[in-house]
Ligand binder design. Structure first.
Ligand SMILES: Nc1ncnc2c1ncn2[C@@H]1O[C@H](COP(=O)(O)OP(=O)(O)O)[C@@H](O)[C@H]1O
Ligand SMILES: [Mg+2]
Length: 247
Protein backbone atom coordinates (compact mmCIF):
# COMPACT_ATOMS: atom_id res chain seq x y z
CA UNK A 1 0.00 0.00 0.00
CA UNK A 2 1.27 3.43 -0.94
CA UNK A 3 2.35 6.04 1.55
CA UNK A 4 0.64 9.36 0.79
CA UNK A 5 2.54 12.66 1.11
CA UNK A 6 0.97 16.07 0.48
CA UNK A 7 3.15 19.06 -0.34
CA UNK A 8 1.50 22.11 1.21
CA UNK A 9 2.05 25.77 2.00
CA UNK A 10 -0.40 28.59 1.32
CA UNK A 11 2.57 30.74 0.17
CA UNK A 12 2.76 30.71 -3.61
CA UNK A 13 6.08 30.30 -5.40
CA UNK A 14 7.76 28.85 -2.34
CA UNK A 15 8.83 25.60 -4.04
CA UNK A 16 6.00 23.09 -3.47
CA UNK A 17 5.90 21.83 -7.04
CA UNK A 18 9.70 21.74 -7.29
CA UNK A 19 9.76 19.68 -4.08
CA UNK A 20 7.01 17.33 -5.30
CA UNK A 21 8.87 16.63 -8.57
CA UNK A 22 12.27 16.30 -6.89
CA UNK A 23 11.09 13.91 -4.18
CA UNK A 24 8.98 11.92 -6.64
CA UNK A 25 11.87 11.57 -9.04
CA UNK A 26 14.39 10.73 -6.30
CA UNK A 27 12.31 7.97 -4.72
CA UNK A 28 11.39 6.47 -8.10
CA UNK A 29 15.08 6.38 -9.11
CA UNK A 30 15.65 4.46 -5.86
CA UNK A 31 13.25 1.80 -7.14
CA UNK A 32 9.89 2.85 -5.74
CA UNK A 33 6.75 3.15 -7.87
CA UNK A 34 5.71 6.78 -7.48
CA UNK A 35 2.51 8.53 -8.55
CA UNK A 36 2.43 12.35 -8.48
CA UNK A 37 -1.08 13.82 -8.50
CA UNK A 38 -1.59 17.43 -9.55
CA UNK A 39 -4.33 18.91 -7.34
CA UNK A 40 -3.50 22.53 -8.24
CA UNK A 41 -5.80 24.13 -10.85
CA UNK A 42 -2.75 26.02 -12.16
CA UNK A 43 -1.30 22.59 -12.96
CA UNK A 44 2.35 23.67 -12.72
CA UNK A 45 3.35 20.10 -11.87
CA UNK A 46 1.77 18.91 -15.10
CA UNK A 47 3.26 21.73 -17.23
CA UNK A 48 6.67 21.02 -15.70
CA UNK A 49 6.63 17.36 -16.70
CA UNK A 50 4.81 17.04 -20.02
CA UNK A 51 4.14 19.09 -23.13
CA UNK A 52 0.56 20.21 -22.43
CA UNK A 53 0.32 21.95 -25.81
CA UNK A 54 0.41 18.50 -27.39
CA UNK A 55 -2.17 16.93 -25.07
CA UNK A 56 -5.17 18.82 -23.75
CA UNK A 57 -6.29 17.96 -20.24
CA UNK A 58 -9.76 19.29 -19.66
CA UNK A 59 -10.88 17.37 -16.64
CA UNK A 60 -7.83 16.38 -14.61
CA UNK A 61 -8.98 14.72 -11.42
CA UNK A 62 -12.44 16.35 -11.46
CA UNK A 63 -14.38 13.46 -13.01
CA UNK A 64 -12.58 10.98 -10.77
CA UNK A 65 -13.45 12.85 -7.59
CA UNK A 66 -17.03 13.75 -8.43
CA UNK A 67 -18.19 10.94 -10.74
CA UNK A 68 -15.87 8.12 -9.63
CA UNK A 69 -14.30 7.78 -13.08
CA UNK A 70 -10.91 6.09 -13.44
CA UNK A 71 -7.98 8.31 -12.51
CA UNK A 72 -6.10 9.52 -15.61
CA UNK A 73 -2.45 8.45 -15.22
CA UNK A 74 0.47 9.11 -17.58
CA UNK A 75 3.67 7.08 -17.41
CA UNK A 76 6.63 9.49 -17.41
CA UNK A 77 9.36 6.87 -17.23
CA UNK A 78 9.99 3.63 -15.41
CA UNK A 79 8.30 3.73 -11.98
CA UNK A 80 7.29 7.42 -12.26
CA UNK A 81 3.71 8.40 -13.05
CA UNK A 82 1.65 11.61 -13.23
CA UNK A 83 -2.03 12.22 -12.81
CA UNK A 84 -2.39 15.57 -14.61
CA UNK A 85 -4.07 18.68 -13.22
CA UNK A 86 -6.50 21.04 -14.88
CA UNK A 87 -8.23 24.38 -14.30
CA UNK A 88 -11.43 22.35 -14.03
CA UNK A 89 -10.53 21.42 -10.45
CA UNK A 90 -11.41 25.04 -9.45
CA UNK A 91 -15.02 23.87 -9.66
CA UNK A 92 -14.35 21.53 -6.72
CA UNK A 93 -14.62 24.58 -4.44
CA UNK A 94 -18.35 24.63 -5.19
CA UNK A 95 -18.79 21.21 -3.58
CA UNK A 96 -19.14 20.31 0.08
CA UNK A 97 -15.95 19.23 1.84
CA UNK A 98 -17.51 15.81 2.57
CA UNK A 99 -18.14 15.06 -1.10
CA UNK A 100 -14.61 16.04 -2.22
CA UNK A 101 -12.99 14.33 0.75
CA UNK A 102 -14.82 11.05 0.14
CA UNK A 103 -13.95 11.30 -3.57
CA UNK A 104 -10.24 11.78 -2.77
CA UNK A 105 -10.21 8.93 -0.27
CA UNK A 106 -11.84 6.67 -2.87
CA UNK A 107 -9.32 7.84 -5.48
CA UNK A 108 -6.34 7.08 -3.24
CA UNK A 109 -7.74 3.69 -2.19
CA UNK A 110 -8.32 2.73 -5.83
CA UNK A 111 -4.64 3.22 -6.77
CA UNK A 112 -2.81 2.67 -3.45
CA UNK A 113 -1.99 -0.97 -4.22
CA UNK A 114 -0.27 0.02 -7.50
CA UNK A 115 2.33 2.38 -5.95
CA UNK A 116 4.78 2.66 -3.07
CA UNK A 117 4.38 6.41 -2.82
CA UNK A 118 1.68 8.90 -3.84
CA UNK A 119 2.63 12.60 -3.78
CA UNK A 120 -0.17 15.20 -3.86
CA UNK A 121 0.92 18.64 -5.09
CA UNK A 122 -1.50 21.26 -3.78
CA UNK A 123 -2.48 24.84 -4.54
CA UNK A 124 -1.35 27.92 -2.64
CA UNK A 125 -4.68 28.56 -1.00
CA UNK A 126 -6.76 26.43 1.37
CA UNK A 127 -9.27 25.17 -1.19
CA UNK A 128 -11.69 22.33 -0.51
CA UNK A 129 -9.34 19.85 -2.24
CA UNK A 130 -6.39 21.20 -0.20
CA UNK A 131 -8.26 20.39 3.01
CA UNK A 132 -9.32 17.00 1.70
CA UNK A 133 -5.66 16.27 0.88
CA UNK A 134 -4.68 16.90 4.53
CA UNK A 135 -7.03 14.18 5.69
CA UNK A 136 -6.01 11.57 3.13
CA UNK A 137 -2.25 12.05 3.66
CA UNK A 138 0.06 10.12 5.95
CA UNK A 139 2.43 13.09 6.22
CA UNK A 140 2.44 16.73 5.13
CA UNK A 141 5.57 18.27 3.61
CA UNK A 142 5.87 22.06 4.00
CA UNK A 143 8.59 23.68 1.89
CA UNK A 144 9.37 27.14 3.28
CA UNK A 145 11.68 30.02 2.41
CA UNK A 146 13.52 31.74 5.26
CA UNK A 147 11.96 35.17 4.86
CA UNK A 148 9.38 37.13 6.84
CA UNK A 149 6.43 36.68 4.45
CA UNK A 150 7.09 32.95 4.22
CA UNK A 151 7.29 32.63 8.01
CA UNK A 152 3.89 34.33 8.30
CA UNK A 153 2.41 32.06 5.63
CA UNK A 154 3.91 29.00 7.35
CA UNK A 155 2.19 29.98 10.60
CA UNK A 156 -1.10 30.34 8.73
CA UNK A 157 -0.54 26.98 7.03
CA UNK A 158 0.11 25.35 10.42
CA UNK A 159 -3.12 26.97 11.63
CA UNK A 160 -4.95 24.91 9.01
CA UNK A 161 -3.03 21.63 9.07
CA UNK A 162 -1.51 21.30 12.56
CA UNK A 163 -2.63 18.23 14.49
CA UNK A 164 -4.04 16.46 11.43
CA UNK A 165 -0.89 14.60 10.30
CA UNK A 166 2.88 14.69 11.06
CA UNK A 167 4.45 17.71 9.35
CA UNK A 168 7.93 17.96 7.83
CA UNK A 169 9.17 21.51 7.20
CA UNK A 170 11.92 21.88 4.59
CA UNK A 171 13.89 25.07 3.97
CA UNK A 172 14.09 25.70 0.23
CA UNK A 173 15.49 28.46 -1.97
CA UNK A 174 17.96 29.00 0.87
CA UNK A 175 20.62 31.69 0.55
CA UNK A 176 23.30 31.32 3.23
CA UNK A 177 24.83 34.70 2.24
CA UNK A 178 21.81 36.70 3.47
CA UNK A 179 21.69 37.81 7.12
CA UNK A 180 17.88 37.94 6.99
CA UNK A 181 17.84 34.27 5.89
CA UNK A 182 19.85 33.22 8.97
CA UNK A 183 17.60 35.26 11.28
CA UNK A 184 14.39 33.86 9.81
CA UNK A 185 15.78 30.32 9.71
CA UNK A 186 16.52 30.39 13.42
CA UNK A 187 13.11 31.91 14.18
CA UNK A 188 11.28 29.23 12.16
CA UNK A 189 13.43 26.46 13.72
CA UNK A 190 12.60 27.81 17.20
CA UNK A 191 8.88 27.94 16.39
CA UNK A 192 8.57 24.54 14.74
CA UNK A 193 11.49 22.63 16.28
CA UNK A 194 11.53 18.92 15.45
CA UNK A 195 9.16 19.40 12.49
CA UNK A 196 12.02 21.11 10.60
CA UNK A 197 14.50 18.96 8.66
CA UNK A 198 18.17 19.77 9.22
CA UNK A 199 18.90 19.41 5.47
CA UNK A 200 18.11 22.50 3.39
CA UNK A 201 17.76 23.17 -0.34
CA UNK A 202 19.87 26.07 -1.57
CA UNK A 203 18.70 28.51 -4.22
CA UNK A 204 19.99 26.98 -7.41
CA UNK A 205 19.15 28.16 -10.91
CA UNK A 206 19.22 24.60 -12.28
CA UNK A 207 16.03 23.97 -10.28
CA UNK A 208 14.31 26.73 -12.28
CA UNK A 209 15.78 25.63 -15.57
CA UNK A 210 14.77 21.99 -15.22
CA UNK A 211 11.07 22.94 -15.05
CA UNK A 212 11.32 24.54 -18.50
CA UNK A 213 13.10 21.43 -19.76
CA UNK A 214 10.31 19.28 -18.24
CA UNK A 215 12.85 17.19 -16.37
CA UNK A 216 13.51 16.59 -12.71
CA UNK A 217 16.77 17.99 -11.35
CA UNK A 218 18.15 14.43 -11.22
CA UNK A 219 17.73 14.04 -14.97
CA UNK A 220 18.59 17.64 -15.90
CA UNK A 221 21.70 18.25 -13.72
CA UNK A 222 22.44 15.31 -11.44
CA UNK A 223 25.65 17.03 -10.26
CA UNK A 224 24.00 20.38 -9.38
CA UNK A 225 23.58 21.86 -5.90
CA UNK A 226 19.82 21.37 -6.35
CA UNK A 227 20.23 17.63 -6.97
CA UNK A 228 22.67 17.24 -4.07
CA UNK A 229 20.38 19.15 -1.69
CA UNK A 230 17.18 17.34 -2.68
CA UNK A 231 19.04 14.01 -2.31
CA UNK A 232 19.94 14.95 1.28
CA UNK A 233 16.40 16.11 2.02
CA UNK A 234 14.91 12.94 0.53
CA UNK A 235 17.31 10.76 2.55
CA UNK A 236 16.50 12.57 5.80
CA UNK A 237 12.79 12.42 5.06
CA UNK A 238 13.11 8.73 4.25
CA UNK A 239 14.60 8.11 7.70
CA UNK A 240 11.62 9.86 9.27
CA UNK A 241 9.08 7.87 7.32
CA UNK A 242 10.91 4.59 6.85
CA UNK A 243 8.73 2.77 9.35
CA UNK A 244 5.66 3.39 7.24
CA UNK A 245 7.32 3.56 3.81
CA UNK A 246 7.34 -0.16 2.97
CA UNK A 247 4.11 -1.19 4.68
N1 LIG B 1 15.73 25.94 -4.63
C1 LIG B 1 15.36 26.69 -5.70
N2 LIG B 1 16.29 27.45 -6.33
C2 LIG B 1 15.94 28.23 -7.38
N3 LIG B 1 14.69 28.32 -7.88
C3 LIG B 1 13.73 27.57 -7.29
C4 LIG B 1 14.00 26.73 -6.18
N4 LIG B 1 12.85 26.13 -5.81
C5 LIG B 1 11.90 26.58 -6.65
N5 LIG B 1 12.42 27.45 -7.54
C6 LIG B 1 11.70 28.18 -8.58
O1 LIG B 1 10.75 29.04 -7.94
C7 LIG B 1 9.57 29.11 -8.71
C8 LIG B 1 8.38 28.65 -7.86
O2 LIG B 1 8.57 27.28 -7.52
P1 LIG B 1 7.34 26.27 -7.45
O3 LIG B 1 7.91 24.95 -7.09
O4 LIG B 1 6.50 26.36 -8.68
O5 LIG B 1 6.54 26.89 -6.21
P2 LIG B 1 5.04 26.61 -5.68
O6 LIG B 1 4.64 25.26 -6.19
O7 LIG B 1 5.14 26.66 -4.19
O8 LIG B 1 4.18 27.73 -6.21
C9 LIG B 1 9.79 28.23 -9.95
O9 LIG B 1 10.23 29.04 -11.01
C10 LIG B 1 10.90 27.29 -9.50
O10 LIG B 1 11.66 26.83 -10.59
MG1 LIG C 1 2.97 24.69 -7.32
Amino acid sequence: MALVLSVMNIKGGVGKTTTAISLGSFYSLKGNRVLMVDLDPKATLTHSLIDTSAVLFKEGIYNTLIYGQQLPVISLREKLFLSPGSMRSCVLDQYEFEKVSIGLQRLVSSVAKDYDLIILDTSSYPSVIFQAACVVSDRIICPVRADYASAMALDQTFGIIAGIRPIDVIFVQHDFREKHTAQMESRIRDDHREAVLSSVVRRNVALSECMAERKSIFEYRPDSAGAIDYSSVAAELFERISESFYR
